[in-house]
Ligand binder design. Sequence first.
Ligand SMILES: Cc1cc2nc3c(=O)[nH]c(=O)nc-3n(C[C@H](O)[C@H](O)[C@H](O)COP(=O)(O)OP(=O)(O)OC[C@H]3O[C@@H](n4cnc5c(N)ncnc54)[C@H](O)[C@@H]3O)c2cc1C
Length: 451
Amino acid sequence: MPENLTGPTLRRIPGLFEEVKPPLGDLEAVVEAERCLRCGGPYASAPCLRACPAEVDVPAFVGAIAEGDPGRAAAVILEANLLGGTCARVCPTEILCEGSCVLHHEGRRPVDIGRLQRYATDFAFGLGLKPRKVARPNGLRVAVIGGGPAGLAASGELAALGYDVTVFEARREPGGLARFAIAPYRQNVEPIPQEVELLHRMGVHFRFGKPIDTPEKLRDLEAHFDAVVLAVGLGQDVEVKYEGDELEGVWDSLVFIEALKTGQPPKVGERVAVIGGGNTAMDVAREALRLGATEVTVLYRRTEAEMPAFPHEVAEARQEGVHFQWLTLPIRFLGRYRLEAVECQYVRLGEPDASGRRRPEPVSGTEFRVPADTVIKAIGQRPRQEFLAWVEGLKLSGGKVEVDPATGQTGNPRYFAAGDAAGGATVVQAVQSAKAAVRGLDAYLRQGVGA
Ligand SMILES: Cc1cc2nc3c(=O)[nH]c(=O)nc-3n(C[C@H](O)[C@H](O)[C@H](O)COP(=O)(O)OP(=O)(O)OC[C@H]3O[C@@H](n4cnc5c(N)ncnc54)[C@H](O)[C@@H]3O)c2cc1C
């Protein structure tokens, strides 16, 4: 092919819902599973298992697939992680299980653990397999506030121990950010309904469209339940105001993603600017390309080295054609009715700030414009401080609930917290902290019962 035909115009941008990690077929799954060296043994567990925050026994489930038994593989996965199907799609496997696969040492591609996990859990959901044994009812009641990943994982683990669990979710649908924010090319809806159905069959009660949004409702829960799990996540995008915010084409990241994940994809125009340097910024940049933008530029006020996004996310965005403009501080949005440009200023990096990263200092006289039809602010989420203030005795640090990491217990002994509200940042961390909170809650209530 002549060289001038290999440029960006030939790049194929996948569709919005086209999965970046499509499912494996039966034969592909067995062949892939057979690549596993089954490392680990009685004296040391395998590195992939150690790297999994949910402690899924990867060699065991991959081995079951290689032996042609995906049902057994699914049972191994769900024993450790009731959201194994969601995690199979959304986990940053590149820095977790697959990142630690020993095949790397031989310069080979790691085992495709995420897709194998999906293969096994899809198989199980297809057959409607019962996931976990449930202990006899222990007569104790637990309220879980929030039906996102942390709340769902906690509710299932509690039900397995015999608790009478009710999940109160503000929205009419479960899943939290996994349903409404995680990029649709990783996960749109599936398999959240199947996972919730499994929990339902384990005895979990769900109250959708039931926000706990007044101090009175919280007091009511305290009166009727023995303990409460706080799994409320974080709130909307942090409020960073710019002149020109009212222009058409100016979006907050979560509103933007929710619109496209619920069937109302925003019209982005040709040129899109994204403000921020985290994983959400990478997601919206790639989503904008899939919505038809031809030029997407990430504006970030530090350099690539300070970006909070995972390096593999940055690399993937770059491969798809996203541009990066470093050391750039957006100052205002320009246009008559619709956005036409983002005015920016260059910065230099000064002394480290409280986060330990070098502080960006604007350089006067360096103003310039980035033409854009759409700008998406992806700067971070707000903590749910107003709600958290209603819980007596709760201690917060940086807006997040302070917990004992081993037990999830908060400053109020009857409250346990998990997920993003307690400092997590991924679905698998939500599962990990939910498991810790359930262990802590169980030990606390059993102590009370025996006393
Ligand atoms: C854009 C974006 C992309 C992401 N991509 C990934 C990814 O690819 N992989 C990954 O692992 N993680 C990803 N994450 C992070 C992941 O989604 C979160 O870590 C995870 O969802 C946290 O789960 P949670 O249950 O703690 O909170 P949430 O998912 O936020 O769920 C909290 C739930 O609580 C409900 N709630 C809140 N307050 C109340 C109340 N007072 N009463 C009743 N209900 C209430 C909310 O409606 C919500 O459903 C992404 C996050 C964002 C923002």
